[in-house]
Design a protein around this ligand. Sequence first.
Ligand SMILES: Cc1cc2nc3c(=O)[nH]c(=O)nc-3n(C[C@H](O)[C@H](O)[C@H](O)COP(=O)(O)O)c2cc1C
Ligand code: SF4
Length: 385
Amino acid sequence: MSTAFPSLFSSVRVGDAEAASRLWLAPMTVAYANLDGTVSTAEVEHYARRARGGASVIMTEHFTISEAGRQLPRQTIVDSRDKLPGLRALADAVHDEGALLIAQIGHAGRYGGPWDRYDDQPRLAPSALEFRLVGDRVVTPTEMTVDDIRETLDHFERAASLLAEAGFDGVMLHASQGFLPSQFLSPRTNQRTDAYGGSFENRIRFVLEAFDRVQRGFGDAGPVGVQLLSDEAVADGWTLHEAVELTIRLESLGAAFFLPTVSTFETLRGISTPGEVRRWGHQLGTAIALQAAVRVPVIANGGLTDPQKMDSLIAGGLVAAVALARPMLGNPDWARDAAAGAHDPAGCPCDPPTCLRTQLTGTICESWPESRKERGYWGREEIDA
Ligand SMILES: Cc1cc2nc3c(=O)[nH]c(=O)nc-3n(C[C@H](O)[C@H](O)[C@H](O)COP(=O)(O)O)c2cc1C
Ligand code: SF4
């Protein structure tokens, strides 16, 4: 491809797979799944359209491994064979558009939904610690027993095995953003006194075991990576130093790539600078630190909108690839436009973000033409603007 950004649009090996470029779609919960957790047509169209628009790797939104791990009503659940037809349709559509498909799998833990029924069903967490869920609502999850932990690990393996059968090219364990695996990492949310809490070795145990089970479930179907909480950014929380240590351990166990992200729901609330999370490179330093520690690809994400900066980061070996969320939601052709030098370097115009506010019913983007907002998603079919 002829482009002003040769490093960004060069291929990269991820385990045994090869991505055609280093410009990927980042995980983004658009929440178009059917209410029974199966993949919907809108979901297939949304991802296939971003693949058609030039993203060489499609990382899915947060797929949950079980009903207990569900956060949102319209979330894909990978828990049984009746989910296979939809998952296969998604894999086929993304492959038809020439991209690789990597599923992000996780468990919401103490953020489990539906939030209006929080108290009716046990919400699992490493420790039963009270916290502010949404608004002023304070809730207390249930401390997981060792049997709960074993069952959850079984579910990670089951989900990975189903995704392999459905034809996915890779899987990424979601151990960030305050969801269950990262709840185990943080001494703030994990105050257990058994083998899963306390010391660094004990706090990382759940993530190491979950990674192992995902690897076993996915077998030789493709690379298994980790989205890792690279810094909790609060006093007494999980640190970058610990994240680097864990990254090295996970690489030695076979992790094929890493997507570092900073913060949890609560630490994001604590950020006092307006626009901090949107600032270009707000978590880039952690990605560079992780890439310096391992040989496998580390993918940078967060506020990246300038292909020249992306190209320089990759050319300098500071990170191996970049993943974009909001730019590719707003403009599914962002990657293709960037290759041609026709990208829009402006960040997102809306605050608070409409895409986050509409997750309960299915995400729409403020910058879409009205016809696409009315349809509720931007798929491959062309609609008059
Ligand atoms: C609507 C929306 C949904 C998101 N859902 C997820 C998700 O399911 N999993 C995840 O790891 N990150 C999720 N994120 C975070 C993005 O992956 C990304 O880290 C963040 O948007 C910053 O990248 P960007 O500046 O390219 O948008 C979401 C972000 C948005 C805006
Ligand atoms: S809804 Fe707003 S913040 Fe979200 S992707 Fe669209 S323009 Fe960006």
